[in-house]
Ligand binder design. Structure first.
Ligand SMILES: O=C(O)c1cc(C(=O)O)c2c(n1)C(=O)C(=O)c1cc(C(=O)O)[nH]c1-2
Length: 241
């Protein structure tokens, strides 16, 4: 049997970008968010659950660095951790997310306690961190490429939330503003690693499967929130407490 020819770099990148159709921007929870259809409780549920993603991103990036012997890559990758944790004495993305939480009417304490985090969200995020711990670092790096599609969803929130959700203090939206440029820079680096690492067609197809796994994580997080806050069917809703 003859092996399939590898995609050209251009074709490979097109295939990667084409995975946008599975991005959580198309999930009903995000569509409702974008259309202004979410209640205060539903917005709060999303912010509290997404906090678990926020705090785990630096653990995920530290795991990638721990597996990466290449100094130049680490020197760039470390910026992702600083973006979220903040440089010493400075606030980073996690702090910005806590400000978003306060702007939507949650307390810092309840968000930090993770009391609202649904099991499905926890399992999905943990799967991402565990993948980064175990996978080859190039593969873990390329799984971050859902960020290719993130600036659009961040921009939508900046554009639509003030009109749809006037009860949210606009100062709380600074996280989304900050991510626009950070995500573009991350993607540029992630794409460079990815396009030069996967050579054969089989490897390129593997990368697409890895990207799908990451898209599954984001979609599954939104599913868990949709069940709990739209259908009002959180885990054990049938069980009397
Ligand atoms: O709000 C979003 O829809 C969204 C999506 C994603 C993503 O696509 O993984 C990230 C972020 N935001 C984000 O803020 C962020 O810092 C981030 C880091 C990563 C990653 O995989 O390393 N994804 C994302």
């Amino acid at each position: 049997m003859t092996e399939k020819a590898p995609w050209s770099l251009q074709e490979f990148e097109t295939r990667i970008r084409d995975m946008e159709r599975f991005y959580h921007i198309n999930h009903p929870y995000h569509v409702m968010m974008h259309e202004g259809a979410l209640s205060k409780e539903q917005i709060r549920g999303w912010v509290a659950n997404r906090f678990y993603y926020q705090v785990n991103i630096p653990l995920k990036d530290a795991a990638i660095m721990a597996n990466c012997p290449d100094r130049d890559t680490r020197a760039q990758w470390v910026q992702r951790i600083i973006d979220h944790d903040g440089a010493p004495g400075e606030a980073g993305g996690i702090e910005a997310w806590l400000q978003l939480a306060e702007a939507v009417g949650l307390t810092r304490e309840e968000v930090l306690s993770e009391e609202h985090v649904l099991p499905g969200v926890r399992f999905a995020v943990d799967a991402y961190v565990n993948f980064a711990r175990r996978a080859d670092w190039h593969e873990a790096a390329s799984s971050s490429l859902t960020e290719l599609f993130a600036p659009k969803i961040h921009q939508q929130r900046l554009d639509n939330w003030p009109a749809h959700y006037p009860w949210i203090d606009p100062k709380g939206l600074s996280y989304f503003q900050k991510r626009l440029s950070e995500a573009r820079r991350d993607v540029e680096h992630g794409l460079r690693i990815t396009l030069s690492w996967y050579k054969t067609r089989e490897q390129q197809e593997k990368m697409i499967r890895i990207l799908k796994f990451k898209l599954d994580i984001l979609w599954t997080m939104a599913d868990a929130m949709h069940m709990a806050y739209v259908h009002e069917m959180p885990p054990y809703f049938t069980v009397e407490s």
